[in-house]
Design a protein around this ligand. Structure first.
Ligand code: PRP
Ligand code: URA
Length: 215
């Protein structure tokens, strides 16, 4: 039976360049160096959509020709929050777009047998309640890690949250959206399903192992 969720709370970033790069990442013969570079690049592409609703204010400037009124991002403080380890791969791409963002870290590891996440580290900016928190993690499989990360951030006062992943399983999208009434999810692809080991099919394997070369 098809898994249902509120598609209006999911943005699929399916630009042709994104699809091209994602296919290279899926290829099991792609090596660690290229894989890591592609995770960073896709995070940057995705960042365009994640930041699309950032508010703008007028700013007067003088061009070499005349005075004019342009726009600048106004009043939005951001925290990029990778779920360790694999989320680390997306941080620099996001920082390329939002250099003033602070970075928090949530250490989360799935138990190989139960597939349940376990939190082992948590450190975020003290003013997380005043920031838009962009949680980054390449893979949204069962959704357990993302749900725990959202709970942990909300327990520390975070209010405005977005989740950016590179590949999502329908199961993970449904679980996260059912658990949290507000969060919006950004993904480059929605894959078919999970296998018996809760890996995304077709997916790209273990993202952390492929980023850090620990296969
Ligand atoms: C992976 C991935 C997500 C999680 C997704 O991390 O990076 O954090 O699994 O699975 P879920 O949606 O079923 O929770 P993993 O636990 O393998 O840790 P790692 O990043 O250290 O490799
Ligand atoms: N974590 C990964 O790294 N890959 C998957 O397919 C599922 C969870």
């Amino acid at each position: 039976m098809a898994i249902s969720y509120d598609a209006s709370r999911v943005t699929v970033v399916d630009h042709p360049l994104v699809q091209h790069k994602l296919t290279i990442m899926r290829d099991k013969n792609t090596g660690t160096k290229q894989f890591r570079e592609l995770v960073r690049e896709l995070a940057l592409f995705e960042g365009y959509e994640v930041t699309r609703d950032f508010p703008l204010a007028d700013r007067e400037v003088e061009t070499p020709i005349c005075r004019t009124v342009g726009k600048e991002i106004s009043g939005r403080k951001v925290a990029i929050v990778p779920i360790l380890r694999a989320g680390l791969g997306m941080v620099d791409g996001m920082l390329d777009l939002i250099p003033s963002a602070r970075v928090g870290h949530i250490g989360m590891e799935r138990d190989e047998t139960t597939h349940e996440p376990r939190e082992y580290y948590f450190k975020v900016p003290h003013d997380i309640n005043e920031r838009t928190s962009i949680i980054v993690d390449p893979m949204l499989a069962t959704g357990g890690s993302a749900i725990d990360a959202i709970h942990a951030l909300k327990a520390r006062g975070a209010r405005d949250l977005k989740l950016a992943v590179l590949i999502a399983a329908p199961e993970g999208l449904a679980a996260v959206l059912a658990d949290d009434p507000d969060i919006h999810i950004y993904t480059c692809a929605i894959d078919e399903c999970l296998n018996e080991n809760a890996y995304i099919v077709p997916g790209l394997g273990d993202a952390g192992d492929r980023i850090f070369g620990t296969l």
